[in-house]
Design a protein around this ligand. Structure first.
Ligand code: PMP
Length: 413
């Protein structure tokens, strides 16, 4: 790759050159892309991997003996091994390909939950969860007569481990918590929560949608039972993601969907299921995007995740400092330990108005509830303006955001 990470620094301009989309103008202004928590942009290494697949070796995987099928299968399975190493899973079979985090959580709620959750059991989530880590559990609770409990969120956007201790009881069977909040940036103590869950005999799931590109992820060290993430939030293609699960648990679970690939043998009398991970990968998967997901992991590895995080932390601190100068700004999510998300409201300016006025200046931010309506209700707000940063963002872009916000606020005062 053209961008080389040094020990202490990243060449951000070189990195930006890897992302073709960043050089365009939006509304006649240079694009400032601050919507990375929704989806990151893609480097040409990832885009090229998709093109190379379709131009060079498109074929259905696993069932073909011809050369293209073998090449496609090898590339597809290479992503599994690369992702295994990326999250330090013990075995590549513990990595299941999905469409993304939502798909992965639904897989667990269905394939684990339907089999193991009983009436009266408790499922624990936090008050800052994305809808995709709330609704599948609510659906399961409705079906099973189980109870959904919620870890409260404090004013600074953090949860308290003492409250987690109180909420986990012998009735708790599943704990599912977000590693890093998409609305606040808060990084949760998921390793400690996993320990508490296990002490009570519960299973621990981590929503790692925001964590994969912003936090160190070692699933063996975290000792989580399940970990879900999305490729598109880590420079990879949309429609690609993974579910990590411990072998012993995955083997006990029922399949998620029935169809081709997930079977060993089918007859009208009795069907036997395939081994993990294929048991959970029914039908033709999203081959092109999963093949290209490998290029995304390699891109992160080449820059060095710790270098990426250092850069993101620097610009997030700069954003908090510069945006604090904006009259009437209120921040949501002010904990020390956070990823590169800055969420705020402005007195007298509706988030949507601010979002549209920023767009006119070429700045892409997200406004609204960010699929965390219960969290917004908790803070008594409709939504926030969220600027979320990635490795290709610069302090100059943040300065431009700060000046633009001052300008917008002045028009409403
Ligand atoms: N959880 C979190 C914390 C997220 O930020 C998101 C995406 N915004 C999701 C889950 C859902 O991810 P996806 O839409 O890729 O399935």
């Amino acid at each position: 790759m053209s961008s080389i990470a040094t020990e202490t620094n990243l060449d951000i301009q070189k990195i930006r050159a890897d992302f073709p989309i960043l050089s365009q103008k939006v509304n006649g202004k240079p694009l400032v892309y601050f919507d990375n928590a929704a989806t990151t942009q893609k480097p040409k290494q990832v885009i090229n991997a998709i093109t190379q697949y379709y131009e060079g070796y498109n074929a259905n995987i696993h069932r073909g003996l011809h050369s293209l099928a073998e090449k496609a299968t090898t590339a597809f399975e290479a992503t599994r091994t690369t992702f295994q190493q990326f999250i330090n899973a013990a075995e590549s079979e513990e990595v299941i390909f999905t469409k993304g985090t939502t798909d992965s959580i639904n897989l667990v709620a269905t394939a684990y939950g339907r089999k193991f959750i009983q009436p009266g059991d408790e499922i624990l989530v936090s008050g800052m969860e994305h809808h995709s880590n709330i609704v599948p559990w609510q659906m399961l609770c409705e079906e099973k007569g189980a109870i959904l409990k919620v870890i409260p969120v404090h004013k600074d956007g953090a949860i308290s481990i003492d409250e987690v201790k109180e909420l986990i009881t012998e009735k708790t069977k599943m704990v599912s918590v977000v590693f890093a909040s998409n609305s606040l940036g808060t990084v949760n103590p998921v390793k400690e929560i996993a320990q508490l869950a296990h002490q009570a005999g519960a299973v621990m799931m981590i929503d790692g949608a925001q964590a994969a590109s912003h936090c160190k992820v070692d699933v063996q060290d975290l000792d989580c039972d399940f970990f879900a993430t999305s490729g598109h939030k880590m420079y990879g293609p949309t429609g690609s993601g993974i579910l990590y699960g411990k072998r012993a648990i995955l083997e006990k679970m029922n399949p998620y969907q029935g169809g081709g690939e997930m079977i060993k043998d089918v007859s009208f009398k009795k069907t036997t299921y395939n081994d993990i991970p294929y048991k959970f990968e029914a039908g033709t998967p999203n081959i092109a995007d999963i093949v290209a997901l490998k290029a995304a992991v390699e891109y992160i590895n080449a820059l060095g995740k710790e270098n990426i995080v250092r850069h993101e932390n620097e610009i997030t601190a700069h954003a908090h400092k510069r945006l604090a100068e904006v009259p009437g700004i209120n921040f949501y999510g002010t904990t020390e330990n956070k990823v590169s998300v800055v969420s705020f409201t402005l007195d007298n300016v509706h988030p949507y108005d601010a979002g549209m006025m920023l767009d006119a200046k070429g700045i892409a931010v997200r406004t609204g509830h960010h699929c965390t309506q219960p969290l917004m209700d908790h803070f008594g707000i409709e939504g926030t303006i969220r600027a979320s940063f990635s490795v290709y963002n610069t302090k100059e872009e943040i300065d431009f955001l700060a000046e633009s916000l001052k300008d917008i606020v002045s028009k409403f005062s």
